[in-house]
Design a protein around this ligand. Structure first.
Ligand code: ADP
Ligand code: MG
Length: 460
């Protein structure tokens, strides 16, 4: 068993020992150090002879029961060794590992803070140099680069859209970095749509300072050269917010400033957007980011490994790339998990290690859309044909919406693909998905229905 795994296991067992053994056993638990776990046998060492004897004589059975419960291995056993110097050495080693983990966490935090540049809001990681180009994103990359070379001259506004985790924020911020690098006097502002909206709401609130606040707000968002507005699908439908956004857009556009917007869907598919804003967003160029192919995913993970100075084998990289297909954020997450483990335990990134940590099913059966339809129909006691049909009784509609929602959530496929399968317009698919997404937050029957269907699909 690997060091970290052992550490986790021991922490769980120790937690239970502390909770379940009687008070007179407690002083002897704390000094225990774990040394191994093999074929159900947990071995610990202590520097206290009396501790060993008390735990062994009086609590052995109870300890074994706890190990059984935690490891779910009915053949569990417990060995306690008394060895003062060994206990000391192992304690030191464990402390070292703990420190390494803490340092790694601290380093990550420090990086986050460092990379935060208050005036522009840009994250240092999101540069063109760190963006791996492949078929799925080449066009978007080239267009973004062209915009960065010539702000407001080429494509204005630039509208980048695509599913979550495909690099929209990254590419958008890369434009900011690039222009700032070429000319540090350029004023770049990155803002999440949500922050913009909240900022507007708090500044436009009626008070004796409203006028002053609003003029400050307007300066903040229009006295700049490049605005990067992220995730515009989160704009709220309030009239005032819309007309403010339109005002910001127009004043920048009319002054010849560059506007870059991202969204998880096309402007016309954002139901809250006014037609005036929609047509403004469609005025320039709209580019889509699609999920990267295997080669690109491979290159992304390889780059991460190189950037982290990690020793790796190509088959390990390939394993990660193969198993995380639809979302680069998840792909990175998987890599981070494995690399943290490799780093802390001083190993290189091998196929075995990746398999061990990620435990992806090798012949993972992709859940097919038809399986989702079948199981959902079953749950609602209707037929798969009903779901695929057009009948609109409440039960059938709900079942259909749920199937569409699950198709999206479980496959990460694009709305367009899902629409093709269900033979519906992709706007209908989006509507159904969004409806269920909202409703499960407030409707317990619906959320437990979805949980049960997922269980039947064996995804939870
Ligand atoms: P989105 O905004 O589309 O949800 P992000 O831009 O936040 O996605 O990207 C998610 C993560 O994946 C980020 O850490 C980003 O750096 C990384 N990423 C996405 N695409 C690429 C790429 N082509 N090359 C390298 N990293 C990428
Ligand atoms: Mg984003």
């Amino acid at each position: 068993m690997e060091v970290l795994e052992l550490k986790n296991l021991w922490e769980q067992i120790k937690g239970r020992l502390t909770a379940e053994l009687p008070a007179n056993a407690q002083p002897w638990i704390y000094p225990l150090e774990v040394t191994g776990y093999d074929k159900g046998v947990l071995t610990v060492v202590t520097g206290q002879l009396m501790g060993r004897d008390i735990l062994r004589r009086n609590h052995y059975n109870q300890i074994v029961e706890i190990i059984k419960k935690v490891t779910q291995n009915p053949d569990s056993d417990f060995v306690i060794i008394y060895d003062e110097s060994m206990a000391k050495t192992i304690k030191k080693e464990n402390e070292k590992i703990q420190k390494k983990i803490e340092t790694a966490e601290l380093k990550e935090k420090a990086m986050e803070n460092l990379s935060y540049m208050p005036s522009s809001n840009l994250n240092l990681k999101y540069k063109f140099e760190n963006f791996v180009v492949g078929e799925s994103n080449e066009f978007a990359y080239k267009v973004a680069k062209a915009v960065a070379e010539n702000p407001a001259k080429k494509y204005n506004p630039l509208f980048i859209y695509g599913n979550a985790g495909l690099g929209k924020t990254h590419l958008m911020q890369a434009i900011g970095h690039y222009t700032l690098f070429k000319n540090s006097d350029i004023k770049v502002k990155y803002t999440k749509t949500e922050d913009y909206v909240n900022d507007f709401i708090s500044n436009s609130r009626n008070s004796k300072d409203t006028i002053e606040n609003m003029s400050k707000f307007n300066r903040k968002y229009t006295n700049i050269d490049i605005i990067l507005i992220d995730d515009i699908q989160f704009i709220e439908s309030k009239k005032k917010t819309m007309s403010q956004m339109q005002h910001t857009f127009d004043s920048l556009y009319n002054k010849g400033k560059q506007i870059v917007i991202t969204s998880d869907r096309l402007p016309k598919d954002i139901p809250t957007l006014t037609s005036a804003l929609c047509s403004r967003f469609e005025m320039g160029l709209m580019v889509e980011l699609t999920p990267p192919d295997l080669q690109t995913r491979f290159n992304i993970v390889k780059k991460l490994a190189n950037d982290n100075d990690l020793k790796y084998s190509d088959d390990a990289i390939e394993y990660i790339a193969k198993n995380f297909e639809n979302n680069v954020r998840e792909l990175e997450g998987a890599f981070n998990k494995v690399s943290a483990y490799a780093e802390v335990t001083g190993q290189s990134l091998t196929l075995d290690l990746a398999k061990n940590i990620l435990k992806c099913d090798d012949n993972k059966d992709e859940i097919s859309f038809s399986k989702i339809v079948e199981v959902t129909a079953n749950y609602f006691k209707i037929s798969a044909n009903d779901i695929m049909g057009t009948a609109r009784s409440q039960k059938t509609s709900t079942a259909r919406h749920v199937a569409i929602y699950l198709a999206r959530e479980l496959s990460g496929n694009s709305f367009v693909n899902i629409a093709e399968f269900f033979e519906k317009k992709h706007t209908t698919i989006m509507f159904a998905h969004d409806k269920i997404e909202k409703e499960i937050k407030v409707n317990n029957d619906l959320s437990s229905a979805i949980r049960e269907i997922k269980q039947a699909l064996k995804v939870i």
